[in-house]
Design a protein around this ligand. Structure first.
Ligand code: PLP
Length: 231
């Protein structure tokens, strides 16, 4: 995709975020755009950076490391949003600012041990499998509080919030229902004294529904960069 197309999409997405924020009485500045750059060439990331984008989401640790190294730009903030493999936790702990797909205490402990001392604590979100879909990663809603309490004991991790990838729905009201369930879970945890400032939910097709229910971060790939390359 050409730089001008990425720039065009970038402005369209910000307009969608702005409109949805206004429609649901939210401050647009409280909603962060995470540019999901998995399987996109470096040129696509450079186009987004030229528009001022700083937060990027990547799903594959090794691919991400190549991009992080090639761009070598300390103002970029890298979020890992893919499946965590135990043999890649060190790479994640060393090169990312955020891990949004944390779903096991074992991975949390490894990331905590492997986070380099000169870096600030690693921001993490617990990935929630809201409806217990067997093919999907994430912790069941009923198990989130226990994992959250355990993560809070790990000094090199900073628990920021919850993330989910709801089942695909074309209907706006149904999209909202899934996002509302994540917001409800966040409220439940806050009532137990666990403060969370991040709700990572909403992608290219459902960002309005996510914003309606309180998303603080929307993760946008195809609507920004177009179709992904094959893996
Ligand atoms: C790929 C991906 C996205 C982006 O999805 P699009 O539909 O391309 O916007 C968002 N979140 C996660 C976890 C992803 O893996």
């Amino acid at each position: 995709m050409e730089t001008t197309e990425v720039a065009h999409n970038f402005h369209l997405i910000h307009a969608r975020i702005q409109q949805a924020a206004l429609a649901y009485q939210r401050d647009p500045a409280s909603i962060q755009l995470l540019a999901v750059s998995k399987m996109q060439p470096l040129s696509a990331l450079r186009s987004a950076i030229a528009c001022g984008q700083q937060h990027f989401g990547e799903n594959y640790a090794q691919d991400a490391l190549e991009k992080i190294t090639a761009l070598n730009n300390p103002s970029l903030v890298w979020h890992f949003i893919g499946a965590i493999q135990s043999n890649k936790t060190r790479l994640l702990a060393e090169h990312f600012a955020w891990i949004e797909t944390l779903a096991s205490l074992k991975h949390a402990q490894r990331l905590n041990e492997q986070r380099p001392p000169q870096l600030p604590p690693l921001n993490v979100c617990i990935q929630v499998n809201l409806h217990d879909e067997p093919q999907k990663a994430g912790v069941k809603a009923a198990a989130v509080a226990e994992l959250a309490q355990a993560i809070r004991q790990l000094p090199r991790l900073r628990l920021r919030g919850l993330m989910t990838i709801p089942a695909y729905q074309s209907d706006f009201a149904q999209q909202r229902q899934a996002h509302r369930a994540l917001a409800f879970l966040r409220d439940t945890l806050e009532n137990q004294g666990i403060q969370l400032d991040t709700l990572s939910m909403g992608m290219s097709d459902d960002l309005e529904a996510a914003i309606a229910e309180g998303a603080t971060q929307v993760r946008i790939g195809t609507a920004l960069f177009g179709t992904r390359l094959a893996k």
